[in-house]
Design a protein around this ligand. Sequence first.
Ligand code: RP5
Length: 159
Amino acid sequence: MVGIIMGSLSDRKVMQEAADILTELGVAYEMDIVSAHRTPEKMVEYAKTARDRGLKVIVAGAGGAAHLPGMVASLTTLPVIGVPVKSSNSIDGWDSVLSILQMPSGVPVATVALNGARNAGILAAQIIGAFDGAVGNRLAAYKEELKAKVEEMSRDLHQ
Ligand code: RP5
């Protein structure tokens, strides 16, 4: 249901967090390495066939001159969530953030925080959960867990 792609195997550690939360929320995903600059034909093929292959949302992560999310968004009508990855050669990650965030009008990429793959996974699940009741219910339970943790912190503070 969710396609997770990344520009390099070096992005895997960050992008695995999207996969892990999707597993927790019971949302199926596939994962692949697709590079905008090094495998452009694969990127075009991936984006153009994504809808017909049954994907509903694409989570795309890349670092540096991170063109993968934006180029994929230009080739599909599926929602694309972009994860700026702070790669080893990056200028503090600003290169990744700005190249994913600053899309032209008409070609949106829902950009999460630097290395924010977990939020990308949650957002992907929320898009699916808008139409899938079971996923929606699991998300509601997840939000309750978040709430319970903060309430516990508050209790600890006042003890
Ligand atoms: C980008 O360049 C990748 O997304 C990765 O974040 C970065 C470095 O790639 P490698 O040199 O590790 O393959 O294309």
